[in-house]
Write a protein that binds this ligand. Structure first.
Ligand SMILES: [Zn+2]
Length: 389
């Protein structure tokens, strides 16, 4: 028989559960009781503790006429903050967010002329210090989340060997920044932060299981959410959708395999292929614009949908997810791409006769901001890993 949970742990679980419900929406005590199945007294006890700790505040105003209007509960956005550092190949975005993921201040550092990681780290540290001094007491910082294109070693905090990021290869970025700051510092793949943002604030809110695929000029990133949690694999190296092979006889990829999706469907690969076949387009938006009166470019978009679709069907058949959310440069006027993709996936998936897999476009380009990086800190906070509630 399963051993009953210790009462202390049960209380912590209930607090975590309640805090996670309040994260993202304002809710009354009565609705909390309905949603969790806990008694009103238990809810009041937990909520009062969270209010005393300063994490939660009452946001609605009581109706003085009859006193029956429920007071809503929300997160105290002036209580805790998270910092984010988003490393791109030519720049770095440094920022501060509140506990609801709203940007307070953000700074874009141009790294196109910087060739040395120590110089890069000095600039990042100076920018972080400046942002903290400008806005808040450093005691209120939950932590700093750094994100970089993968692969990265999330446990030792080392950027491994992402393409186009030569100067960051093998850099112990977490250790180096820990010499400058006292708060917790974490490193994650950039696509993980983007999928977390999608889960908490974006189109992923309504799904427990989905895949978020980001197709940019620099490659293909992916985050997988399973049972409301990011799936990272053993060492944080999982979720490499771009390196799923879809062509046994395909070109050799830098990852060691052949026929990877990234080598066929990344925007860089599409542009290279166009050049080789004598077609001219400046970038993906140009392909989309040209497709309006040139059938050849319509076929380029259809081909892109087939490449992505093959990989997505494999993922769907393996994990039985509910939705695919696309983001990045590829979602410029995406009607044709999405229509083709939706059809391809729902014709070939093993569940095609039972359900429809949703194919959606993200509302935000997370690559351009520091919040997804900071969101990895919020994820740890809301799962109770940074402090006891
Ligand atoms: Zn590969």
């Amino acid at each position: 028989m399963k051993k009953p949970k210790n009462a202390v742990y049960m209380k912590q679980d209930n607090r975590k559960h309640i805090l996670n419900i309040i994260h993202g929406k304002q809710i009354s005590r009565a609705d909390l009781a309905r949603q969790t199945g806990l008694t009103r007294a238990a809810i009041s006890g937990i909520v009062d503790d969270l209010i005393n700790q300063g994490i939660v505040i009452e946001t609605g105003v009581k109706d003085s006429a009859n006193g029956r209007k429920p007071v809503k509960l929300g997160l105290n956005v002036e209580y805790l903050y998270a910092l984010g550092v988003n490393i791109r190949y030519d720049r770095c975005i440094v920022g501060l967010s509140d506990i609801n993921g709203s940007i307070i201040e953000e700074d874009v550092l141009d790294f196109s002329e910087i060739k040395n990681s120590d110089e890069g780290i000095r600039l990042i540290a100076a920018s972080l210090r400046h942002i903290i001094e400008n806005n808040i007491n450093a005691q209120l910082i939950l932590g700093l989340g750094i994100s970089s294109p993968g692969p990265v070693d999330i446990y030792s905090g080392v950027i491994l060997n992402p393409p186009k990021l030569e100067m960051w290869r093998g850099v112990h970025i977490v250790e180096k920044l820990k010499q400058e700051f006292d708060f917790p510092i974490f490193l994650d793949r950039d696509a993980v932060g983007a999928a977390l943002m999608e889960k908490i604030y974006g189109k992923g809110r309504k799904y427990r299981n989905f895949i978020q695929i980001e197709i940019t000029n620099n490659g293909i990133g992916c985050g997988i959410v399973i049972n409301n949690k990011i799936y990272r694999g053993v060492d944080g190296l999982g979720g490499e959708f771009g390196h799923m092979s879809i062509d046994f006889n395909g070109k050799k990829c830098r990852c060691g395999n052949v026929g990877c999706i990234e080598g066929l469907a990344s925007i860089e690969a599409v542009m290279k292929n166009l050049e080789e076949t004598g077609l001219k387009a400046d970038n993906w938006p140009d392909v989309v614009i040209k497709s309006k009166d040139d059938e050849v470019f319509v076929e380029v978009i259809r081909q892109e949908a087939r490449y992505l679709g093959l990989g997505i069907v494999n993922v769907m058949n393996l994990f039985e997810l509910e939705a695919v959310i696309l983001s990045g440069e590829v979602v410029f006027e995406p009607y044709l791409l999405i229509t083709e993709l939706r059809q391809f996936i729902n014709q070939r998936s093993i569940t095609r006769d039972m359900k429809t897999i949703d194919v959606l476009v993200s509302e935000k380009d997370y690559n351009l901001h520091s919040v997804p990086s900071a969101t990895t800190v919020l994820e740890k906070f809301f799962s109770g890993k940074l402090m006891e509630f």
